[in-house]
Design a protein around this ligand. Structure first.
Ligand SMILES: Nc1ncnc2c1ncn2[C@@H]1O[C@H](COP(=O)(O)OP(=O)(O)OP(=O)(O)O)[C@@H](O)[C@H]1O
Ligand SMILES: [Mg+2]
Length: 295
């Protein structure tokens, strides 16, 4: 993270495109906002558009706007978000999901600052700094043929790789304390402490949901702890996933992990199986096994 902060300081005032790569919850949007709100465009808009699994028409109209009558439901002329962001920063979130036809139009914006609203003949101009984010390495999408190489080069003048929590060992206590402080400030209550064994437990977990998951775990623990310090009892995370010599067996860990995911998916087994990367059949089999074992 220190390297990242140094890099951020160097590029904050350079008006170049930045690509943020990293797993979900690693802080990509946080960095995008930091670049905008500390940089020369801070007095203009920061606009984010999520580009994952949106229909092509919707995404195109969101980005570029449309002319009245351009498609069913286009009852009036509409400005696109790029126009609204003029002079400011545009954050393309999940950029790897942008369909090819829109990739071509974005390339034109990046090269010449030009675009047209859907269904319009007038060419318009915008000046935006583009920051994009993806949790799939974008060069791989280029290799697979799903992403234009020319656009890729325009977007990643600088690439920042956001490290996952599991590779940021030393940062965990700092982040945990940051979230304790954040919560205390937000609720005007005294800052809570984490007992050493609870801190060890936090450090032993592999945090698939990264900083976002840590923040949620801390908030939940604060609430559950009432007016006491945070102990392992308040940490609803699988006990010891990373550290060797854990007191729980792999089987118990597996069950914890699956049940927790099931809980997060609101009990939906299809979504749970997808999130875990297992078949629905496997999930049914395991649930039946644990039920028989009396859990
Ligand atoms: N270094 C950090 N310090 C404090 N909070 C952080 C840090 N990194 C991330 N967070 C917090 O963690 C949460 C997730 O961060 P963010 O939304 O930026 O992740 P992301 O990489 O965009 O995730 P996704 O790919 O799921 O969209 C946010 O609430 C953010 O404020
Ligand atoms: Mg994000």
């Amino acid at each position: 993270m220190q390297d990242i902060f140094e890099l951020l300081n160097k590029i904050i005032h350079a008006d170049i495109s930045v690509l943020l790569e990293g797993e979900s919850g690693t802080g990509k949007e946080l960095v995008a906002r930091a670049l905008h709100y500390n940089g020369p465009r801070r007095d203009k808009a920061f606009i984010a558009q999520f580009c994952g699994n949106l229909s092509e028409t919707l995404l195109e109209s969101e980005l570029f706007g449309h002319k009245r009558g351009a498609f069913t439901g286009a009852v009036a002329d509409k400005k696109g978000l790029l126009e609204i962001a003029d002079g400011g920063t545009f954050f393309l979130d999940e950029v790897s999901d942008i369909p090819p036809s829109i990739q071509a139009k974005l390339l034109r914006v990046l090269q010449d600052g030009e675009f047209r609203r859907v269904g319009d003949t007038e060419t318009r101009r915008v000046d935006v700094r583009v920051i994009s984010a993806t949790n799939k390495p974008l060069h791989k999408e280029v290799e697979k043929g799903g992403f234009r190489e020319d656009l890729f080069y325009r977007l990643n003048v600088i690439t920042i790789n956001m490290p996952p929590m599991r590779d940021r060992d030393g940062d965990l206590p700092l982040l945990a304390r940051h979230f304790l402080n954040k919560y205390a400030t937000k609720t005007a209550t005294p800052e809570k402490r984490i007992t050493p064994d609870a801190m060890r437990m936090l450090s032993g977990y592999h945090w698939p949901g990264n900083v976002r998951e840590l923040e949620n775990a801390i908030e939940r623990a604060i609430v559950l702890a009432g007016d006491r310090d945070i102990t392992p009892d308040e940490l609803i995370i699988p006990r010891v996933a990373k550290a060797p010599g854990g007191s729980r067996s792999l089987r118990e860990h597996e069950r914890d992990y699956v049940m927790r995911t099931l809980d997060e998916m609101g009990g939906n087994k299809t979504k749970t199986a997808a999130a875990l990367g297992v078949s629905l059949r496997w999930l049914h089999y395991k649930l039946a096994e644990w039920k028989d074992a009396g859990h």
